[in-house]
Design a protein around this ligand. Structure first.
Ligand code: 13P
Length: 276
């Protein structure tokens, strides 16, 4: 069962997929199919906050998604895939926290491995984004994860520790308060993303336990116990139950399987089954 202090979060990262027309169709099917697809008790799990759902569409679909999400029979957070650390300025191609907040967006993804590998995101820029957005009141889903080469050379924990320490402002800046629900860590091993090679539940649990230990070391047991840790990397309706069964896996960050209403609903249903 889900840890009662943390609950379960199912987040769908659409990456650069779905036009506005496709977004409209997704939401209309999601709304129509939800009553049959979600098990009894889901409404109560959402109402109590033990289950949360989140969708992370491309920037151009944020406003439309926000509006369409309000028509769903269950609550769905809408998050940005990225945001700059400055509130305004000469940063072509970026969006800022205040711009997102004006739309009604309160959640943001930071440090996704595709940003790191393809667009030059570093530990330092991910840290700046995370620190600024947390200070502006956002919920931040901060991504960490090792490459295949790093895992094979035994560096997994060192990489996670380095990336994790970048997720948070220093202790003195009130970081522990962010660990009371507003900072969510997503462990996404790079070798498992979009490859169909999901980490085994044992591998996911081992990495999550290590991450929780790092949070404990730095911020104490209470903050560590409250922080949600999501697993990401080829999560699908067929493997989510065994991943969510791990004691330190508090949800999933899902790419491909979040693109279709049926599979996204199946993932939410799996989350609901963990929250009786
Ligand atoms: P896939 O679920 O498609 O492997 O993507 C995972 C991911 O990167 C989510 O952010």
């Amino acid at each position: 069962m889900a840890n009662p202090d943390r609950g379960v979060l199912i987040a769908g990262n659409w990456k650069m997929n779905h036009t506005l027309g496709e977004t409209e169709r997704f939401f209309s099917e999601l709304k129509a199919k939800a009553p049959q697809a979600l098990p009894a008790g889901t409404a109560e799990a959402f109402r109590s906050g033990r289950l949360r759902g989140c969708l992370i569409p491309p920037q151009l679909a944020l406003e439309r998604s926000l509006r369409l999400a309000r028509e769903l029979p269950f609550p769905l957070e809408i998050a940005s895939q990225n945001a700059h650390w400055e509130k305004q300025g000469a940063f072509t191609g970026e969006v800022s926290g205040p711009m997102l907040q004006e739309l009604g967006i309160r959640w943001a993804l930071v440090g996704h491995s595709e940003r790191r590998q393809l667009f030059g995101e570093t530990d330092e820029t991910a840290r700046k984004r995370s620190e600024s957005l947390l200070t502006q009141g956002f919920v931040v889903l901060f991504c960490v994860g090792e490459t295949r080469a790093e895992r094979e050379s035994g560096q997994t924990h060192a990489v996670l520790s380095r990336q994790l320490s970048g997720a948070l402002p220093e202790r003195g800046k009130g970081a522990a308060s962010f660990l009371d629900g507003r900072l969510v860590i997503a462990y996404e091993p790079v070798w498992a993303i979009g490859t169909g090679l999901t980490a085994t539940p044992e591998q996911a649990q081992e990495a999550h336990q290590a991450l929780r230990g790092m949070l404990d070391e730095r911020f104490g047991p209470e903050a560590a116990a409250k922080t949600q840790l999501l697993y990401g990397g080829s999560v699908a309706p067929s493997n989510i139950d065994s991943l969510l069964a791990c004691p330190d896996v508090d949800g999933a960050l899902v790419g491909g399987a979040s693109l279709k209403p049926e599979s996204f609903l199946a993932l939410l249903a799996a989350g609901a089954r963990r929250c009786p």
